[in-house]
Design a protein around this ligand. Structure first.
Ligand code: AOF
Ligand code: ZN
Length: 327
C-alpha cells in the first residue's frame, strides 16, 4: 500500500476532477502490475495495473489507495475489471465518498467471492487524497498557501521591491509545488505587480494548472491559454464562495501564491490545509510588506494554529511545511 501511495502521488495536479489513485498487483510475492490515475482522470489506476499484469493478475492481490469504482464511466467499473481479471484479494485504504461508489465497490468485490481488506494506511491515504475528499464531502478544494519571505515574515520592502527574496532553488522548488496542484490562485495586486507566469516548467508535458486571479479590478495582460499555460478564471467575493465555485469546476487542489490580503482571508476563514514557507536569510523589518495582512485578532487564542510537518533546505533558503491536520 505504501508503494501504491507513492504511485498515486504521480497523479496529483494532473487528474482533476478525479482523485489521484495508485494500485499495485502482487502475485507470489512479486509485483506484476503498477498503475496510477492518468492525465484527466482516466484510465483509472486499477485499469492500468491490470493491463500491465495481463494473465498474471489471476490469483493476485490488488492494493488500491481508494475503493475501486462501482459506476459505469467511459469504461466498465474497476470493481468489475478486478473480478473479471480473477484477482483473489483486494486491499484498500479508503472508502470512496463519491455517491456512485460509496461502499458499493467493496460490496461488488465481496459478492464475487473476493477477500477484501479495508482501511490499510488510511491516514496516509486520506492525507494524499484530501483534495478529492474535500471536494466531494465539503464542496471545496484543499488549499495550500505558499509564502516566500524574509526571516521576519516580510515579502517586500516598503517601496514594494520583492524580486528576489528567496534564491533560484526555492523558485524552482515552487514549480514542483505547482505541479501537484490543479489551480494556482493569486490576488489581483500580486498579478499586476509580479506578472507571475503561474505555469509549470521543466517537468515534461503535463496538464497546466488553471490560473485563478482574485480581483474585481483591472487584470494585467497574461499569456493566453495553450500548451504552456492553463485557462484563466477570474474570481471575486468571499474566499469561501470562490473555493466553492472552483470545486464545482472540479478543482481538488489549489495553491495560493499570495498576496498578503488573500493569505489573510484564507487563514482567517480557517481554509489553509497546508502552509509552505520559504524563508530567506535576510531581514526586511517592520516597514516592509507583511506576508499575511492584518487579521484583526482581538486575542491570542484566535490566531490560526498549524501543526509542524517537516522542514528542509532549498539552496540557501529554508522550506517549512505546516498542516491543519498534522497527519
Ligand atoms: C478508481 N480508480 O484511479 C480513480 C477513481 O469520471 P470517471 O468515470 O473517471 O469517474 C470518476 C470517479 O471515479 C471519481 O469521482 C472517483 O469516485 C473515482 N475515481 N476510482 O477506482 C481511480 N481515479
Ligand atoms: Zn475505477
Amino acid at each position: 500500500m505504501a508503494h501504491a501511495l507513492r504511485l498515486a502521488q504521480r497523479g496529483l495536479g494532473n487528474v482533476w476532477p478525479n482523485p489521484a489513485v495508485g494500485s499495485v498487483l502482487v502475485r507470489d510475492g512479486r509485483i506484476v502490475g503498477r498503475g496510477w490515475t492518468q492525465t484527466g482522470g482516466r484510465p483509472h489506476a486499477e485499469r492500468m495495473a491490470l493491463d500491465q499484469a495481463g494473465e498474471a493478475a489471476r490469483g493476485a492481490t490488488a492494493y488500491v489507495t481508494l475503493e475501486p469504482c462501482a459506476h459505469e464511466g467511459r469504461t466498465p467499473p474497476c470493481a468489475n475489471a478486478l473480478i473479471k481479471a480473477g484477482v483473489a484479494r483486494v486491499v484498500t485504504a479508503l472508502t470512496d465518498p463519491d455517491p456512485r461508489t460509496a461502499g458499493q465497490g467493496h460490496a461488488m468485490l465481496r459478492a464475487a467471492g473476493i477477500e477484501v481488506t479495508e482501511d490499510v494506511l488510511s491516514a496516509e491515504a486520506r492525507h494524499l487524497q484530501r483534495g478529492f475528499l474535500l471536494r466531494v464531502t465539503e464542496a471545496r478544494p484543499m488549499v495550500t498557501l505558499k509564502l516566500a519571505c524574509s526571516l521576519d515574515g516580510r515579502i517586500a520592502t516598503a517601496s514594494g521591491e520583492s524580486q528576489w527574496i528567496t534564491g533560484p532553488a526555492a523558485r524552482q522548488h515552487t514549480h514542483l509545488l505547482r505541479l501537484r496542484h490543479d489551480a494556482i490562485m493569486v490576488g489581483g495586486g500580486t498579478a499586476r505587480a509580479d506578472r507571475p507566469s503561474l505555469n509549470v516548467r521543466g517537468f515534461g508535458p503535463r496538464r497546466q494548472p488553471v490560473r485563478v486571479i482574485v480581483s474585481s479590478g483591472e487584470l494585467p495582460d497574461l499569456p493566453p491559454e495553450g500548451e504552456d499555460f492553463g485557462p484563466i478564471l477570474r474570481a471575486s467575493g468571499p474566499v469561501q464562495d470562490i473555493l466553492r465555485d472552483l470545486a464545482a469546476h472540479g478543482i481538488t487542489r489549489v495553491l495560493c501564491e499570495g498576496g498578503g490580503g488573500l493569505a489573510a482571508q484564507l487563514l482567517a476563514a480557517d481554509l489553509v490545509d497546508d502552509l509552505v514557507i520559504y524563508s530567506a536569510g535576510m531581514v526586511l523589518g517592520g516597514d516592509g510588506a507583511a506576508a499575511v495582512a492584518a487579521l484583526g485578532l482581538t486575542g491570542l487564542a484566535q490566531g490560526p494554529r498549524l501543526q509542524f510537518r517537516r522542514a528542509f533546505r532549498v539552496g540557501p533558503d529554508l522550506c517549512q511545511i505546516w498542516s491543519r491536520d498534522g497527519g
